[in-house]
Design a protein around this ligand. Structure first.
Ligand SMILES: Cc1ncc(COP(=O)(O)O)c(C=O)c1O
Length: 475
């Protein structure tokens, strides 16, 4: 396997990128970025500039595989058989450990994508692998027609760990699905059932309100709650009864009426570009839902399970701003497909045997893995560590903004979910970072999204910010 960074460039990185405790600018860290970038140095003619230039020129450590590589041959052979729904670079990922992944050519990448906010415990967690192996020998699947040893314990753990936080204090029962979209689909169905049967409800109480810039999934229900023309238009007509409002706009909440059965919202919009809901907005939203007896669904599929530095992102909101249903997926299985909708007892009472179901959802393999993951992610030490590392990201990214004011216009985020807003199309930076050994993804409009494994180490954060620095400098 090739090293992503030569020893020389590592040493330069170490000396160029220092972390200091600071009592002034940020409560946590102040990072010294490389004093000058190759871009700026090029014209200065100094020795320091030459050194910076040399680092920059050496910075492409991971050129994409060439036309005659085994990666290219592999893609040529198999691509014609795959339905093309994604644009991807020409590398084939083969294995990972911690926050690093390697492609089949032996190139090493620092991964700030975590499989789109999934691999919270990183790659190659040995305990998880042991559990997978053991459980696969015992039983992978048995259907929901029978009890198994792990679905119940997972549901209990999720409820107990949630009640131990400042989050959803009405958490009572859990429905386990296979994905985020299915978790939302279940939540929307439960809310419609609740609305029709509720006092003051009835057949007209079926409207669902969601927010512009949100992402709730690709199934017809969750897609109908995702008001992005790019995703919705080709598949119209969508499910009837969906209305949209503006995120963080209290005045716009008038769209919620007595005919609204549910409001679904991400406490932190992920795909939409990393926008955090304001406490005032969420509090007003909860109040409005109470006024019309609408079920409030928090979609924490991307921002939940430790990513915000809390077990649930909504713990950062006032105590009165809690959901009736909380959906989760992604990190729940650390890569093993699983999602869930956690409901209050009031909602649970509306859902009867036969109302909803799934063949695979809640299978003992996925639920045993999820039990292990939730147990690890929900400890105080784990979450404190995420909060601590968040400050390092905040400091480093804010400094990139200071350094490149003509490119980086805003830094948004919390915990280990960050959006770097550019004033231009971001793919050039994403590509430049990849060629230098760092994987990041895009979101929203011209945003670079950073969602590393939650086990990312401080030195990996520094290394990643250094590569982003180089990537932006190379524009
Ligand atoms: C907030 C949110 N909700 C729902 C989904 C859909 O989840 P899945 O892709 O597992 O169906 C996603 C996926 O990115 C998401 O970020």
């Amino acid at each position: 396997m090739s090293l992503a960074f030569s020893t020389a460039s590592r040493n330069i990185a170490r000396s160029a990128l220092r972390v200091q405790r600071s009592s002034t600018s940020y409560p946590g860290y102040r990072i010294s970025l490389r004093p000058t970038t190759a871009l700026h140095a090029r014209n200065s003619g100094s020795v320091a500039a030459d050194a910076a230039e040399a680092v920059h020129q050496n910075a492409i450590t991971n050129p994409d595989p060439s036309e005659n590589s085994k990666s290219a041959a592999f893609i040529r052979e198999y691509e014609p058989y795959s339905l093309t729904t994604y644009a991807r670079p020409g590398l084939i990922l083969a294995q990972g450990k911690g926050c690093y992944i390697w492609d089949v050519e032996g190139r090493k990448y620092l991964d700030f994508t975590a499989g789109i906010a999934v691999n919270a415990l990183g790659y190659g967690d040995e305990e998880l692998s042991k559990i997978l192996y053991e459980q696969s020998l015992n039983m992978i699947h048995s259907s929901n027609l029978y009890y198994n040893e792990w679905t119940g314990p997972l549901c209990k753990l999720l409820v107990e760990r949630t009640l131990a936080t400042k989050g959803m204090q009405s958490a009572s029962r859990v429905f386990v699905s296979n994905s985020g979209s299915e978790a939302n689909e279940a939540a929307l169905k439960f809310a419609r059932k609740y609305g029709k049967a509720s006092r003051g409800g009835g057949d007209d109480k079926y409207e669902v309100v969601s927010f512009y810039n949100s992402f709730h999934g690709r199934t017809m229900g969750s897609l109908s709650a995702t008001p992005n023309p790019k995703y919705q238009k080709p598949f119209a007509p969508l499910v009837p009864g969906f209305r949209y409002a503006r995120y963080n706009d209290i005045a716009g909440l008038d769209v919620i009426t007595k005919n609204t059965c549910a409001v679904i919202i991400e406490p932190i919009q992920g795909e939409g570009g990393v926008y955090v809901a304001t406490p005032e907005f969420i509090t007003a939203l909860r109040k409005k839902c109470d006024e019309v007896d609408a079920v409030l669904i928090f979609d924490e599929i991307q921002c939940g399970l430790g990513r915000s530095g809390f077990l649930w992102a909504h713990e950062a909101f006032p105590a009165e701003a809690q959901p009736d249903i909380l959906t989760m997926a992604k990190a729940l299985g650390n890569g093993i497909p699983i999602g869930a909708a956690m409901v209050s007892e009031r909602i649970a009472q509306a859902v009867k045997i036969g109302d909803h179901g799934t063949t695979f959802g809640g299978n003992p393999l996925a639920t045993r893995v999820a039990h292990y993951v939730v147990d690890k992610l929900s400890t105080r030490e784990f979450l404190e560590d995420v909060k601590h590392k968040a400050e390092l990201f905040r400091a480093g990214l804010e400094q990139l903004k200071e350094k490149y004011p003509s490119v980086v216009t805003e830094i948004r985020g919390t915990g280990l979910i960050w959006g770097v807003q550019l004033n231009r199309e971001p793919n050039a930076v994403v590509d430049a970072a990849r060629l230098r050994g760092l994987l990041v993804i895009t979101a929203g409009t011209n945003t670079i999204r950073i969602v590393p494994p939650l086990v990312v180490k401080e030195e990996e954060i520094l290394q990643g910010i250094e590569i982003l620095d180089d990537a932006i400098a190379s524009l």
